[in-house]
Design a protein around this ligand. Structure first.
Ligand SMILES: *[C@@H]1O[C@H](CO)[C@@H](O)[C@H](O)[C@H]1NC(C)=O
Ligand SMILES: *[C@@H]1O[C@H](CO)[C@@H](O)[C@H](O)[C@H]1NC(C)=O
Ligand SMILES: *[C@@H]1O[C@H](CO)[C@@H](O)[C@H](O)[C@H]1NC(C)=O
Ligand SMILES: *[C@@H]1O[C@H](CO)[C@@H](O)[C@H](O)[C@H]1NC(C)=O
Ligand SMILES: *[C@@H]1O[C@H](CO)[C@@H](O)[C@H](O)[C@H]1NC(C)=O
Ligand SMILES: *[C@@H]1O[C@H](CO)[C@@H](O)[C@H](O)[C@H]1NC(C)=O
Ligand SMILES: *[C@@H]1O[C@H](CO)[C@@H](O)[C@H](O)[C@H]1NC(C)=O
Ligand SMILES: *[C@@H]1O[C@H](CO)[C@@H](O)[C@H](O)[C@H]1NC(C)=O
Length: 509
């Protein structure tokens, strides 16, 4: 009898305890933190570089945990900096073994696997602060093939993400698939599709930087695995007019309708900047794209899966107003217009686009090839006191990214030009030309649509994406058209349209 009682007492205590534990867990949202980070680099000294950046990471982890974040994400190359040795023979000191998630290994407490001090300390920080931690780090693995008679093996190096859970356990490891001119790093034999589950009930996928422009693994995660959250370390080089960092990030998050937690490497002189917390079709929670960020640690609530809109759902006017009201709470910073002057920007080869100068109050332009149609309608008040003009643009071809990849791109929209020559298109400037309406429709033929990635693509001079537009997809047999429509008059516009990647045409050199 007494035994039974104490058992019940124990159960009561347990129940109380677990109530307290779950009190903090909201059924509606979780809290995400991302860090826009500028790494320290101590010339040629791996240990000092890694230690100094890990010190900084641990402070961010503590701060995010204090603010009740459930998960924190750090950028690509944030621990090593991008100054990795280009010679393989020098890579050892910069890299670490990373246990497989199958090992269920906690680097903080384990002793069996030889893991770098940096990774151990981060595991301990996750454990001490009870928070999920996502970092990117250079990985090494000794691969011994059966065909290798000496059995000495060879070292392979990967650009990898590691995810620790709240106990510091490695629950995910992802090796970058689409390397962007990173000769130190290897690819895995089969691309990895990496997901992990959390104690707040959400399932995540992960990939890195350049991966966002490719089908594998990004679209496997969203379209096959069905994850609704992505953690995304990046060191992006922004390119006008269609691929600056937050512009691409929000467009992708919207297109695939998943929450996207982006931590960006910050080095504006070379062009790296831009982080954010994007909520798919629920809009933008937080974004940073300036030379001197007001916040390095962005923290926002993120709606859980069941609160996200499906692709077909449109926001009601009431919902929209509610969200706009929420947005103005944090007004001061979001209304300040930043200039981009000090972030280095690449520029696409706009001379390869087909263009049509917008010269009237009302413009209607049709541009097409056999597989892809593009319609641009725009109503505008041209500011005649300035030479700035706009062109409808169209591209359906292959372009280069870096030196290794030729990639299929189809785009349709309008872009800013500094004057009426096409050579001046795709730069960025302020402009008082006011658009009262824009409607851009891209039509994909031949059942192409399910095979591509099409993203709504908008940019104004703040360089932070805006969401005052609507987006509709229509499929009829082999044909799908996608329409993006501006919902409020706008100045300072740089780009507006639909950017798509047509993977069938890709070639890696
Ligand atoms: C662990 O790795 C470090 C760095 O690569 C190396 O110096 C050390 O000898 C290794 N320790 C063991 C026990 O293998
Ligand atoms: C394998 O390692 C041994 C011992 O370190 C060394 O003597 C030998 O030359 C190596 N073999 C090859 C093929 O590298
Ligand atoms: C990823 O998806 C593609 C289809 O887009 C499929 O061919 C491929 O096998 C998938 N990869 C993996 C590793 O699952
Ligand atoms: C964005 O992050 C900052 C810094 O943590 C925070 O103060 C702000 O409330 C966040 N904004 C939103 C809308 O969540
Ligand atoms: C936010 O901006 C709106 C419109 O610009 C203004 O009316 C409101 O007072 C601002 N709110 C705060 C908290 O600054
Ligand atoms: C147009 O702008 C470009 C880029 O600033 C400049 O090089 C060119 O001279 C300008 N052309 C005219 C006709 O003003
Ligand atoms: C836009 O108009 C305002 C007000 O007339 C003026 O101060 C500003 O210089 C103009 N900007 C540009 C880029 O022409
Ligand atoms: C888009 O597709 C829908 C449905 O097939 C069709 O009714 C509409 O006319 C198309 N719009 C354009 C601009 O092609």
């Amino acid at each position: 009898m007494r035994g039974k009682l104490s058992e019940i007492g124990f159960l009561l205590i347990l129940a109380q305890f677990s109530c307290q534990m779950t009190e903090q867990v909201s059924p509606d949202y979780y809290t995400a933190a991302v860090v826009e980070y500028s790494p320290t680099y101590v010339w040629g000294d791996a240990l000092k570089t890694l230690t100094s950046n890990a010190d900084a990471y641990i402070k961010y982890i503590e701060e995010a945990s204090k603010q009740n974040a459930d998960i924190i994400v750090f950028p690509e190359d944030g621990l090593t900096s991008t100054n990795l040795p280009s010679r393989i023979s020098l890579m050892d000191a910069w890299t670490t073994a990373i246990p497989s998630p199958l090992d269920e290994y906690v680097p903080c407490t384990g002793t069996e696997i030889n893991i770098s001090e940096t990774l151990k300390r981060l595991s301990c920080a996750a454990r001490r602060n009870r928070i999920y931690v996502v970092v990117n780090i250079a990985e090494k693995e000794l691969i011994i093939k059966d065909t290798d008679c000496s059995k000495n093996g060879t070292w392979h190096y990967y650009n990898s993400n590691v995810v620790f859970d709240r106990t510091g356990k490695v629950i995910a490891r992802y090796r970058k698939v689409n390397l962007y001119m990173e000769p130190q790093f290897d690819n895995t034999e089969i691309p990895e599709i990496v997901t992990f589950d959390t104690d707040f009930g959400e399932r995540f996928g992960t990939f890195i930087c350049f991966d966002i422009l490719f089908a594998v693994p990004a679209l496997n995660l969203t379209r096959i695995e069905g994850v609704s959250n992505i953690v995304y370390p990046t060191a992006w080089f922004s390119e006008t007019p269609f691929l600056t960092a937050p512009q691409t990030q929000f467009g992708w998050s919207y297109a695939e309708n998943v929450n996207l937690l982006v931590a960006g490497y910050h080095d504006p002189e070379v062009g790296n900047a831009g982080s954010g917390i994007y909520l798919g079709r629920n809009g933008i929670a937080n974004v940073s794209m300036t030379r001197d960020p007001e916040y390095r640690l962005l923290i926002s609530r993120v709606p859980k899966t069941k609160h996200r809109k499906t692709v077909m759902e449109q926001e009601s006017p009431n919902e929209r107003k509610e969200r706009e009201d929420q947005k103005t709470e944090g007004n001061e910073s979001s209304k300040k217009v930043d200039t981009i002057d000090w972030i280095r920007l690449l520029r696409d080869n706009v001379k390869a686009y087909r263009t049509s100068l917008l010269k009237y109050h009302r413009n209607e332009v049709h541009l097409m090839s056999t597989d892809f149609r593009c319609e641009v309608e725009a109503e505008m008040e041209i500011d005649d006191s300035s030479p700035i003009r706009y062109n409808a643009v169209y591209f359906d071809d292959i372009r280069k990214f870096g030196t290794r990849v030729e990639a299929g791109v189809r785009l349709c929209g309008l872009v800013q030009c500094l004057n009426n020559s096409v050579e001046s298109c795709g730069f960025a400037a302020r402009s008082n030309t006011t658009f009262s309406s824009i409607k851009v429709t891209a039509t994909f033929l031949n059942y192409d649509y399910p095979k591509i990635l099409a993203i709504p693509n908008v940019l104004d001079y703040s360089f932070r994406p805006f969401d005052d537009w609507s987006y509709v997809e229509n499929t009829h047999g082999a044909e799908t058209n996608v329409t993006i429509t501006l919902n409020k008059p706008m100045k300072n516009l740089i780009a507006f349209g639909i950017y798509s990647r047509f993977f069938d045409k890709d070639r890696w050199n």
